[in-house]
Unconditional design. Sequence first.
Length: 415
Amino acid sequence: MRSNVPECVSLLAHAEASFSTQVHKVGFNLSNKSSKRIAIFGATGSIGRQTLEVLEKIGGFDVAVLSAGSRINELIELAVRWKPGRVTLADKRYYSQLKNALFGLRINVDAGKDAAAKAAAEVDYDIALNGLVGVAGLLPSYHSLSRGIDLALANKESLVLAGEILNRIAEQTGAQILPVDSEHSAIWQCLRGEDIKDVERLIITASGGPFREWSAEQIEVATPEEALKHPTWKMGAKITIDSATLMNKGLEVIEAYHLFGIPSEKIEARIHPVSIVHSMVEFVDGSFKAQLGTPDMKHPISYALNYPERCPFKPKKDDPIDWPALEFFEVDKAKYPCFDLAYKVLKKGGTAAAVLNGADEAAVERFLSGGIKFGEIFSVINKTLNRHVNCNADSIEDVIMADSWAREFVKGLKM
């Protein structure tokens, strides 16, 4: 457990205990004449596309890498527009099509499951934006931080799987982990200028997903179509299902633990249906600080990319007079049993969190393909955790092996 947590989130080599006295690496400055080179992992996803929209507005960045999974047409469109030094596609079937489409543009093309990680390790860039989903984002995060390159992180799984390892590497290289998840960006902003010892608790907000007003019995038999109808955010399938089970908040508890060094018993969640308050911090004197705004991921993206400055860029016009009433509710653990699994694995330590992540991804895949009921997602993950023999997580290989074991176990589990 870390004894102090810097304002820039990752521990710098000579960090001091107080947020107010930190010495930071200087982030992007709009007055700089030279552009900053950015690598975007998960370029065709929601976070990646919104990042490029932010760059279009604020300028000052050159795109060094664009990586995607299998959306080849979208990747071609983005590559033609941004002309990065390298594009990568996880799906090797489309390599020739991608290479032919970009012929003559002087763009290096690579494909395969390790292509994004290779780009992270090899290409010259100044900051990485990791918007990949799942374990696929781990190695790009690892390679960026290992090279001393700042990481704007929307891939929460990187810290869930290997938070201690990545923080240790960031401390050694002086790289910063800059949170892009709206909840963690909110906490980060609330902690700025504060002393970490004055924090009483962190409160992560949750919309409650599509089943907030459903009974536990109704939720048990929900269909994939119903679970994918998120009331607030437009996201990919996996994270939308995690929102419906509230597993995403459990993963965010683990992420917050590693980002801010706050004990898990001081990290809580509250259902906040309108998603105006993105998260809160309570201090020892009973006062609260919160970061608010109409839901829009472009704000935390811009904040991370321009840190420690604020860019004069507003994604949309906003006024509190237009906001609905701000209500908060306890998490109903009968409806959302997955949420507590995060505290279970944090207590265990070792490879338990990696197993949680792998089991969750595999269980969501089985649900979306019709292999299990919605209510069985929790049972599948819990059975996997109970069967796992916990080990030390000393290396990236350790956590990847644990994650892979969990996926294979879930695939073979009889329900």
